[in-house]
Design a protein around this ligand. Sequence first.
Ligand code: GDP
Ligand code: MG
Length: 443
Amino acid sequence: TLQDRLAATFKNLRGKGRLTEADIDATAREIRVALLEADVNLAVVKDFVAAVKQRARETELSGALNPGQQVIKIVNDELVEILGGETRLLRFAKRPPTVIMLAGLQGAGKTTLAGKLALWLKSEGRSPLLVACDLQRPNAVNQLQVVGQRAGVQVFAPEPGNGTGDPVAVAKASIAEAERRLFDVVIVDTAGRLGVDAELMQQAADIRDAVSPDEILFVVDAMIGQDAVNTANAFAEGVGFDGVVLTKLDGDARGGAALSIARVTGSPIMFASNGEQLKDFDVFHPDRMASRILGMGDMLTLIEQAEKTFDAESSAKAAAKLTGQGGEFGLADFLQQMQMVRKMGPLSKIFGMLPGMGEIKDQINNIDERDVDRIEAIIHSMTPAERDNPKIIDGSRRARIAKGSGVEVSEVNGLVNRFFEARKMMTSMASGKMPGMPGLPGM
Ligand code: GDP
Ligand code: MG
């Protein structure tokens, strides 16, 4: 995975102020491969990698993240931005009905989406009307009627069996119908062909002109990969659209089409369809798509948590102490570092998310969170002098501390001994003699 490859790339990088050009090049190569594997359009990949390189050059290395994590974060932020940042929601007309028109190739999932959208709008307290303007395929009207029935919404269509009507006339008539019967949203389903087709494109443009939609949604199959850009461009030119709906996200596509379309058309992706059932539908979440494209959701969660909880100042102090500057690293520092790491979540989970931690999985699973609670209690029972200089903790002090924290004396002994061992290890890690945990604060 990209995660493992980046971890390898950055194995030897620690404590530099800024990424070097060689580091950035090495990373850019990995990201390029990951994006191409996700089926992102080649031109978009080039563009994107260039933007990431630029940003990596400008970014100061943060104390919370190691260089690999830092680059992943840059890539992720950039992806989220292109994918639309915040989710864009539907715009409703000031005067109902709001008209939503669906456009896209045949099989993209327009008719299915019409039902999903209607059901969703109903749950939002709207009263939608589905309009059958695909009069191209013999069974299309019937398909929309079935979908409408499932969603429990009305369908406006030409007389049954009459598949040769004029879709523009139907679209126009549906608006009058919606006004008369007080539907507040009209969803216009249209026809598509397997490839981009001038005649049908014109038909869609005519329907558009007849109903002046508040939103034209371009519906596109996420599995079409490299073709996404051409198709999106053709629809942008032929009909124009305000937003994109990605369908078939339940398939194994990594979602590169999303990035390509968003980048090339500049249109927001608004909804995601992920199954054949009406409930398989959601507003689009740029951040989730970004981690899908990168294939590293857990890593991103970890990075986010590390950033949120990382206290740069106290970590810098602790690191200084460990490298022999700024006083001795004491039990109070030890506790503080432990608490900082803890804020990120259960220890076993944190370690589980780190790349290359497979070998010590058993030990990780044996970390008992309650042990950490007891350690906290013991350290809290110490005087400041004892925390600063644990060497003074003699037998009588140990007895007092044990009593104060409600543990056996042997546990206090255990903690003090473990602290000295840990400090020795951390000191050698901090001075670079040992390959330590990758940039995990406090470790
Ligand atoms: P249209 O030609 O654009 O109207 O596309 P349809 O709505 O008829 O969908 C074409 C096929 O794709 C149908 O078999 C749908 O059941 C299926 N489909 C639509 N959306 C999804 C989706 O999100 N996931 C999956 N797996 N199938 C879908
Ligand atoms: Mg259809």
